[in-house]
Design a protein around this ligand. Structure first.
Ligand code: ZN
Length: 444
């Protein structure tokens, strides 16, 4: 016999300590790789992810038109440095890949400090941090360094070398589809284009990878699609090449910033009251962690594309501290000490809890609508029965019976009764077993 909601069991039996440890280990593996929106660093990262889940790698040629954008030339880099006249590397890409302006064109030159200066980027207000800077769509070269490091540079003849290439190639992304009983889909999108930065977004990559791994072993209602893409251009490319899939996406998430110690934030989709928005809110309301629900705004991660007016998918963002709002954001301080295994594990858990709502939600019909059915004789009242091995929340039973008139979903009931969804779901299961409830909208 098919069991309906196995995600509930996975959620309750999840070893959070082990999941956190495994996700952190993946972040650690990926951290040193120099990723960008295209190139071999992105491919190497997908290969690492493929050690955990069987993702497909897709290659989209340079020059492909994707809505108003064009897939750019592919960028690769072997080495980059600034050497002083004694031959010492005073800025060294091999020590930290953030040191090179991402997408720098190749350079081999000798110059004075004042000539070099316009190509150097620092954060004066955080003098010990190296910024993360990019120049994808304007040809440029440069180095990023700590302000302290900049101030230690003396007048000298510097040798500047960036051994990079910017050539016709491909935009690469990774994709895995986990089939459920329905071809309606839940989309998980995460950007995988940042070099050595952990919270934004290796935490998201690790959470998505382990979520996909967990879902792969379940009997699911929805089909789940995970995409590992470069930010902005990757989401635009995926949407442009997958327009026939878009109408099948019923719920979606942008996964990012899941490893810092800040409170949870759920940013609503552009639709505002989509099922995914309501599911996230009902979960966070009862989870016991501090959280905030944010309205949609056309700024942030790839929800900008999924929630553009002509796409308008119900895609929200579940993160801890939101995009751009932690001081470590886009700096070398977003490192392996900034993300914590237990934070990623808790974020993973919240995702599972939201999926439990999406998988379990449905509309039922009370089979005994004239006055309350007698629950005691069916063993559904603890005070009478004594036969129930698992206690059922009596208030949830009454809520489910009362509102299951064919117009309210279990999510409506959880909201109106101000109860955790899992308690409502459990009550519905028990009432169904007792033949007091029948599904009228398929959630099989
Ligand atoms: Zn970022």
């Amino acid at each position: 016999m098919n069991r309906r909601i196995t995600i509930t069991e996975v959620k309750s039996s999840l070893d959070l300590a082990l999941a956190g440890k495994d996700m952190y280990a993946l972040v650690k593996e990926l951290y040193p790789i120099c990723r960008s929106i295209t190139g071999n660093g992105f491919r190497a990262s997908l290969k690492e992810i493929a050690n955990h889940i069987p993702i497909q790698t897709r290659e989209v040629p340079t020059g492909t038109q994707v809505f108003d954008w064009t897939v750019p030339r592919e960028w690769n880099i072997k080495d980059a440095y600034v050497k002083n006249s004694r031959g010492e590397r005073v800025i060294d890409f091999k020590k930290l890949n953030l040191h090179v302006l991402n997408y720098s064109v190749p350079v081999q030159a000798a110059m004075t400090l004042s000539e070099l200066r316009p190509h150097l980027f620092t954060i004066p207000e955080h003098p010990d941090r190296v910024p993360y800077r990019t120049s994808y769509y304007k040809e440029a070269w440069g180095f990023c360094l700590s302000h302290n490091q900049l101030q230690s540079l003396v007048d000298d003849r510097y040798e500047v070398s960036i051994d990079s290439s910017l050539e016709k190639g491909h935009l690469t992304y990774g994709e895995i589809v986990i089939h459920g009983r329905s071809d309606e889909e839940v989309l998980f999108s995460c950007h995988n284009c940042h070099p050595s930065l952990c919270n934004d977004n290796l935490s998201g990559v690790a959470i998505a990878t382990f979520l996909a791994k967990l879902l792969s072993s379940l009997g699911l209602r929805y089909t789940y699609r995970f995409i590992f893409i470069p930010g902005t251009i990757g989401a635009i490319t995926w949407l442009a090449l997958n327009e026939p899939v878009v109408p099948r996406i019923k719920h979606g998430f942008v996964v990012a910033g899941g490893g810092d110690s800040g409170p949870f934030h759920y940013k609503r989709s552009r639709r505002g009251e989509a099922e995914v928005d309501r599911a996230a809110e009902v979960v966070l309301k009862h989870a016991g962690d501090s959280y905030k629900i944010l309205p949609f705004s056309p700024y942030g991660y790839d929800e900008r594309q999924y929630c553009s007016p002509g796409i308008n998918l119900p895609v929200g963002v579940l993160s801890r501290t939101p995009h751009g709002q932690f001081p470590e954001y886009h700096t070398s301080a977003d490192d392996l000490t900034f993300v914590k295994p237990e934070n990623m594990a808790r974020t993973l858990y919240q995702y599972l809890a939201i999926l439990e709502v999406l998988e379990g939600n449905g509309v039922y019909l009370n089979q005994n609508q004239k006055c309350e059915p007698q629950l005691g004789k069916r063993g559904l009242y603890r005070s009478v029965g004594g036969v129930t091995s698992q206690p059922v929340n009596e208030s949830a039973l009454l809520w489910v019976l009362n509102l299951s008139d064919g117009t309210h979903s279990l999510l409506d009931i959880a909201e109106q009764g101000e109860m955790p969804f899992e308690i409502v779901l459990q009550a519905a299961r028990r009432l169904e077993e007792a033949n007091l409830l029948q599904p009228i909208e398929s959630n099989a």
